[in-house]
Design a protein around this ligand. Sequence first.
Ligand SMILES: [Zn+2]
Length: 588
Amino acid sequence: MLKHKLRKVSAILLTVFLLASVWSAGAFAASADEVVLTVFHTNDQHGRMGAAPYVSQLAKDTAGNVLILDVGDALHGQIATNLSKGLAMVEVMNIAGYAAMAPGNHDFNFGFERLLELSKTMQFPLLSANVKRANGETLLQPYEVIKMDNLTVGILGLSTPETLTKTDPRNVTGLTFASPSAIAAETVAALQNEGCDLIIALAHLGTDNATSPDERSTALATIPGVDLIIDGHSHTRLESGNVAGDVLTVQTGAYGENIGMVTFTKIGDAFEKTAKLIPVPGPEDESDLVADQAVLDIIAEWEAQNESLVSHVVGESAYFLQGERSAVRIAETNLSNLIADSMRFATGADVAFLTGGNIRASIEAGDITMGDVLTTLPFSNLLMTVELSGADLLKVMEHGVSLYPEPAASYIQVSGMSFRFDPAAPAGSRVVSAFVGGEALDSAKVYTVASSEFLVAGGDGYTMMTEGKNTMYFQGDAEALADFLATKPTILEEAEGRVSVIESDAATLPAETPAAAAPTPEAIVRPVPPIAVDAVYVVKSGDVLWRIAQSYGTTWQELQRINNLANPHLIYPGQMIILPSGAAQSAA
Ligand SMILES: [Zn+2]
């Protein structure tokens, strides 16, 4: 069942060129300075399959004891891997000849039950010593002992406790993540008892400052008996590893951009370790590296299978869903609202926002396929939530319309909130009224805000998002939209005025009044924009527009006009209906 690379050198391979290296590298044991083990490693591939054909061929071309190891966050992140819920990546890793893997937080993205299922199709052990069920048993195999030519290698796996918040919490319900360093110390002792010559920790822990120090990979370096820590999670690129005492720590960066290589040379009773990174060539790059055809073939097979997966119908729309660049980068559309709603649906957040730049295509009326969803949202952005103060949420809104009327990738699209802005005002102070869940935005209140991983990290200039607390990860944006479409949400023909623009003559005035001029009184007093919004009504189940109108002393025709409703019969629970100011005041 072990698929580690015990390369038997056949006589056919003993060509003139190979003779020298093969004889010295292991066919004969017991020379003084001998490479006893070569380890190739990957981490944080996030669904990218580009490194696999190369790591496989490198291992095949290396004489002696060889292991290929992965340190997690491999199974999720790209269309091919996500559509198969991780299976495509597992099959690629099987053919490439991986010897062991430790799961990272994102390997739980399809739920831990799915990870267990996948582990059964892995032709290598999935190792984690610190992920436990409620009864204290480990969820996965904690370690593996691999007996090779003149060498016994112990490998243990460790998964970051940050998994509890760095995947959708529902994916790990009932699991606990024990302290990696305490568990590692116990496990190393067990491996020493089994007579291991070398001990390797596959540690999806990382070295991020945001990670608690006792949960970083550096906390393992003081455990006696550990020879090599293969790290992941922090996407750190270590050219030749870090050495602390007898322990070498390595990490390759991320996304399969590099393959790590560590060689163990026996000198007397000790092992000398050297590490380096081997860059994986892109499709256009020149490289001496050779790709393993068998791995390329399985990747091609999965790409072909995806063709049928993308034709799968996930929902339908009676209307054309507007996602053109020229539309979504300057205004709200029915599609931008649908996507923003799907983000709130997937996360349960108070509000959600994305940008016009996230939306890459329209969707035609009729059946909607997974392929349509992926064309519209091609970035495999993970959804996240953060807790943000109302004051910071206002900054989000301000930034979202700061470039208006210029079309901008950063233009904001929202759900659960609405606001009105005056484009004649200077950027940063344009928002004149803002509501969350029908109530005026409270700058002191804390709101749960859903957005993409990219925007939560401060992308597109949304730097205020990095002030967010208690970040949590959820599924990918395309998956969330597909799941939301499956619930048959009400889809509107048009936008509904969540973000509305004050159209006054002010917009045609010069943006700034020259200070040096001696202006007439009319010129220095900026026209006060008519603030038409005083309140928002949130539709409850069973509501009809005329009755809402009646209770606020207005007419349904007026509400239809203000809210730009294409069909006054089509309102849905949770939808926000803007009330005219007079009407709001007359309400009880
Ligand atoms: Zn990770």
